[in-house]
Design a protein. Structure first.
Length: 406
């Protein structure tokens, strides 16, 4: 397998979605005349459909062992749907296409995760995922720069959507050249065997201490919580819910409440992605030597404390808005990069074969509700209530991960 070269396919994919991530909410609310609720409904419908789709694609790719085929299916479908986006004139048709994009977008996620995990031993999973996301984050950054440049020079909406379609076509072609299926599925099975042996060994120590009459309070606590997959899943869902609630309407907050033009909004979110890029680099260098749990708890709590800061930006002059917005977003981006690498590495160890799509399903489950909750709170109660709610959700996620023992 061309270990590094096949990442190129997803760099082009992320370029398209980096551009599309800011373009879409502004397009719905500005050019199609929709509101926050319209945008929220569209997002939640797409997310609800991606949940069963992610599990379905993950099951199929593990069952068939044809990981490359599902990546090609995903990229080719996205090429078509972005082209069809240029024909949309109504929110209803746009919503239908966006739901289809969501369904086929997640088709490449489970096989991509498996390809990374099977290309290296368990001790290097964090580095592998960090490398992948650092490179693809450069693609996302490039997409935001494209959006800034094209909007600054007055390019049409159609030209931006055609560019997204073209980028996916390039990703499809490079996938044909560079991606190959793994010969054997070995590393995930080995990681689960090692974890099971570790659990049995802890049980043996516990039994020995019981027979010897030694206090076992701490060890019992560690065993009873060591493989609490449900707590881990709850933490991931809450984190995704908080993230989606905050970021789904955030471009509209910058546009309507802070009165910033679209090219400046692209530039601000560039710093969020830049933070994500640095977060992936940090994760790749540090996670092999430190516990994943430390990064998961710390990054979750940091994002919770940063959410209310957005409320105060409304009170600041324009110069300070432009100064503080990138600073907050770049810190949030670093936290997200560390969190993502830590949790996906753990999920590949905890989740059994044949269920590779569960992690993405958890993310989509939280995001589905967040896509509606965020715009709903912003539309009916105001953005300050949204920021406080997102902060509380991050803190609840922190509480869940605090109970999870690795």
């Amino acid at each position: 397998m061309f270990l590094s070269m096949w990442f190129i396919s997803f760099i082009f994919h992320e370029m398209a979605f980096g551009l599309f991530s800011i373009f879409l909410p502004l397009y719905v609310t500005t050019y199609l005349g929709g509101g926050l609720i319209d945008f929220g409904v569209m997002m939640v419908l797409a997310r609800l459909m991606t949940m069963p789709s992610s599990f379905f694609w993950g099951y199929l790719c593990d069952k068939t062992g044809k990981y490359r085929a599902f990546i090609l299916l995903s990229l080719s479908a996205l090429t078509l749907f972005f082209f069809l986006f240029t024909l949309t004139k109504t929110i209803a048709f746009l919503t239908l296409l966006y739901v289809l994009i969501g369904v086929f977008h997640v088709a490449h996620e489970p096989p991509k995760n498996v390809l990374i995990a099977e290309s290296r031993p368990r001790s290097e999973w964090e580095r592998g995922f960090a490398l992948y996301w650092a490179l693809t984050e450069l693609g996302w950054l490039s997409g935001l720069l494209l959006g800034f440049t094209l909007s600054s020079y007055g390019f049409s909406n159609t030209s931006m959507l055609l560019l997204c379609s073209f980028l996916h076509m390039i990703g499809f072609i490079t996938s044909i050249v560079f991606i190959e299926d793994p010969v054997l599925i070995f590393e995930r099975r080995l990681a689960r065997i090692e974890r099971t042996i570790g659990f049995i060994y802890q049980g043996y120590l516990l039994a020995s201490k019981v027979l010897d009459g030694i206090a076992i309070k701490g060890l019992t606590k560690n065993i009873s919580r060591g493989d609490n997959l449900s707590v881990f899943c709850l933490g991931v869902v809450l984190f995704s819910l908080a993230t989606s609630s905050l970021f789904t309407p955030l471009p509209i907050f910058f546009s309507q409440n802070l009165s910033l033009p679209s090219n400046i909004i692209f530039a601000i979110f560039f710093f969020n992605s830049l933070g994500g890029f640095f977060g992936y680099l940090i994760a790749g260098n540090l996670l092999e030597h430190m516990e994943d749990k430390l990064f998961i708890k710390g990054t979750t709590l940091a994002r919770g404390f940063l959410c209310p800061v957005f409320s105060f930006m409304i009170l600041l002059p324009l110069t300070y808005r432009l100064l503080f917005s990138p600073v907050v977003l770049i810190i949030m981006g670093i936290a997200y990069g560390l969190f993502r690498v830590s949790t996906i590495s753990l999920s590949m160890e905890l989740i059994p074969e044949g269920r590779a799509g569960i992690y993405n399903t958890l993310i989509d489950f939280g995001a589905a509700f967040g896509c509606f909750i965020g715009p709903f709170l912003a539309a009916h109660f105001g953005f300050p209530y949204l920021f406080i709610t997102s902060s509380l959700l991050f803190i609840l996620s922190f509480a869940a991960f605090k109970r999870f023992a690795i």
